[in-house]
Design a protein around this ligand. Sequence first.
Ligand SMILES: Cc1cc2nc3c(=O)[nH]c(=O)nc-3n(C[C@H](O)[C@H](O)[C@H](O)COP(=O)(O)O)c2cc1C
Length: 212
Amino acid sequence: MADLFDIRRDFTLKVLDESDLLPNPMGLFKRWLNEAISVKTMEPNAMNLATVDKNGRPSSRIVLLKQIKPEGFVFFTNYESRKAKQIEGNKYCALNFVWHELERQVRVEGIVEKVPAKESDLYFEMRPAKSKLGAWASPQSKVIPNRNYLEQLMVDFSIQFNGVKIPRPENWGGYILKPHLIEFWQGRSNRLHDRIQYLLTKNGWQTERLAP
Ligand SMILES: Cc1cc2nc3c(=O)[nH]c(=O)nc-3n(C[C@H](O)[C@H](O)[C@H](O)COP(=O)(O)O)c2cc1C
């Protein structure tokens, strides 16, 4: 294996200056996500979602950002999964996006709540049939005996819904993370990176520069 101490790269592609900021961080986030899409980063809408259980123990996993609303970031999952249980116990969560090709990171912190059932229905409707069946078949985060068990569930549900409209399972739907902090990180030379943080205050979004 390569010596990990020898893996290092200087970041020189771009800068983040105060003059690049927009009054609302969601606008700047959209601009950065669009740039990540245009340079064809792998999974540009993948984000790390960190949750904390009611005893203060964190866990994290990747989920896909599926919608950006003025009030926050929407993703879809199983409402009985481990993450869902943690969100039920503690609504404070964090997201992290990294776009290596642009030497950029965005960190988000806020509170998570379910989106209205109608919005989950709308998105479920747009999914391919096999993904819909997958949502029925997977008891996400539960221990299962083997791979075959899962594939059999998929077969069972495809028979059950053969020729009929596949409804959204009640235990599958969207969450929105409503941010109170968003940090934009741009890699710079010699580890002197640019970090600008937006904080939601009673007077609206305020920005400040952080040391790298
Ligand atoms: C690229 C990528 C995208 C993923 N997207 C989702 C997603 O949108 N929703 C989801 O529930 N899980 C998604 N997963 C799987 C999660 O990382 C995770 O394994 C799953 O949600 C169970 O997490 P939990 O047991 O902590 O609830 C994705 C994984 C990867 C690697």
